[in-house]
Design a protein around this ligand. Structure first.
Ligand code: C2O
Ligand code: CU
Length: 477
């Protein structure tokens, strides 16, 4: 079916039945031909890996690689992934950020039965909308063991306003054994320890949730410094970076020496370009940034854990034909400007914003840590959690208040949401699928219930999610 964006917006505003289009569709194909099918085979298995440091450990991988193979397709194509499970545990794949049909969302016990060892499962969904996405296992601590990869959907109509692009996946690792359940050195769940950089030895407490490991390796696209592959640019290039945080438990501040970064997309959605010195990126978030390669020399794009450190992640930027010297690191200091959610404006108003204020409000109090191994929403520990009922076509507001001492990147499956910003008109509110809620902060999001099913909603700190910080949005009709 062919439909123009304007007709789509008008029909939703007119209260007609919502077409089964994801929120935030920005460019609809005018072509009538059947969409191309793009098929991928993923084999999940335990593989010996190293991050280029010569330090081998056992990781869990798709097709033996870290990260998993890139899925890169055009908007409107159909993605089919045939997953074969050669792991010793059940598994699934979740298409993070993509508003797929519920049955394809990959959450065990919510949208599908887990894929058992030796079994195969076929995922198939429309590649829509265009943008930077990720995929990962949604079982236990498997993401932390290496089961993730990039998913890039290019716009249906080429409109590359840049010369070259790179995907930059930020990852935290325990190199000794690949992290996750095998590791016994753990960061305490107590939030107080986090900001101070204090670490202490923790242990698994019976059958309860695991505490965060102490990460000793930070990698970009599966390589740790100094073996991170340099980004090769030519003088004059307009460079696009798709920065994605696939870490299990690390929020980064990243900065680029010698150049100015401009944010163009947040979680795949176009924003009015905004310059920033520092990009803060939580687990599950993606930002597209651009810079002009107009300063030949040797530079680093560096990322550090929020609040402390020098920048453990260092990606060299290398100009072709320029002799490489000692690369220069960005200096993190308090004067650096950092674009917050409030500084971003959407470039394409979404249907939720245009439809008017929310009809139903759910307050979501984020708690836990301190002396408890559990993390909670409204005091509940998943799976003994609330079910948030919604009706199809309703506009829902989630009102987050973080009563804990740790930041929580909250992620909603199956929908994009608007970040409520009372100082801006609704039509400028940005669209995202993951948002950091800082300690003691309150922030609201709104989404349109236009994708029926049961949808997982949780903190994207894997250790918080597994320790209860999750619930399910359920369509009543
Ligand atoms: Cu990145 Cu529930 O997912
Ligand atoms: Cu959390």
């Amino acid at each position: 079916m062919t439909i123009s964006r304007r007709t789509f917006l008008q029909s939703t505003i007119g209260g007609l039945v919502l077409l089964n289009l994801p929120l935030g569709v920005r460019r609809l194909s005018h072509a009538e031909k059947a969409p191309a099918l793009r098929e991928f085979h993923f084999n999940a298995s335990v593989t010996s890996a190293n991050l280029g440091t010569g330090n081998d450990f056992l990781a869990w991988t798709y097709n033996g690689q870290i990260p998993g193979p890139e899925i890169r397709v055009r908007e409107g194509e159909t993605i089919r992934v045939i997953l074969r499970n050669d792991l010793p545990e059940p598994t699934t794949i979740h298409w993070h950020g993509l508003p797929v049909k519920n049955a394809m969302d990959g959450v065990p016990g919510v949208t599908q039965k887990p894929v058992m060892p030796g079994e195969t499962f076929t995922y198939e969904f429309a590649a829509r909308p265009a943008g930077s996405f990720i995929y990962h296992s949604h079982v236990n601590y498997q993401l932390d063991q290496g089961l993730y990869g990039p998913l890039v959907i290019e716009p249906a109509h080429a409109q590359n306003a840049y010369d070259i692009e790179f995907t930059v996946m930020l990852e935290d690792w325990v190199m000794k054994d690949g992290g996750g359940t095998a590791n016994t050195m753990r960061r305490p769940a107590m939030g107080m320890m986090h900001g101070t950089g204090l670490r202490r030895r923790g242990i698994r407490q019976g059958p309860g949730p695991l505490l965060e490991p102490i990460y000793d390796g930070f990698a970009v696209n599966g390589r740790a410094f100094p073996s991170i592959k340099p980004l090769q640019v030519r003088k004059g290039d307009k460079v696009k970076l798709r920065i994605m945080n696939l870490s299990s438990a690390t929020i980064y501040d990243s900065a680029l020496a010698g150049h100015t970064m401009t944010i163009t997309h947040a979680d795949g959605n176009a924003v009015t370009p905004v310059k920033t010195d520092v990009l803060r990126i939580g687990m599950g978030e993606r930002y597209d940034v651009e810079f002009r390669a107009d300063n030949p020399g040797s530079w680093f794009l560096a990322a550090r854990e929020t609040g402390f450190g020098e920048g453990t992640l260092r990606v060299p930027i290398q100009y072709r034909g320029v002799r490489s010297a000692d690369a220069i690191l960005p200096v993190f200091n308090r004067r650096m400007r950092f674009a917050s959610y409030g500084d971003l404006r959407t470039r394409e108003p979404s249907n939720t914003a245009l439809l008017g204020p929310a009809e139903r409000v759910y307050s979501q109090i984020l708690g836990g840590g301190m002396h408890s191994p559990y993390w909670t929403i409204n005091g509940y520990v998943y799976p003994d959690a609330e079910r948030l009922l919604v009706e199809r076509g309703e506009r829902i507001r989630l009102r987050y208040s973080n009563h804990s001492m740790m930041p929580h990147p909250m992620h909603l499956h199956g929908h994009f949401f608007n970040v409520v910003n009372t100082s801006l008109p609704r039509e400028l509110w940005i669209l995202k699928d993951t948002i950091i809620v800082n300690p003691m902060e309150s922030i609201d999001i709104e989404f349109l219930a236009d994708n029926p099913g049961n949808w997982f909603h949780h903190c994207h700190n894997l250790y918080h999610m597994e320790a209860g910080m999750a619930n399910v949005i359920m369509y009543a009709s």
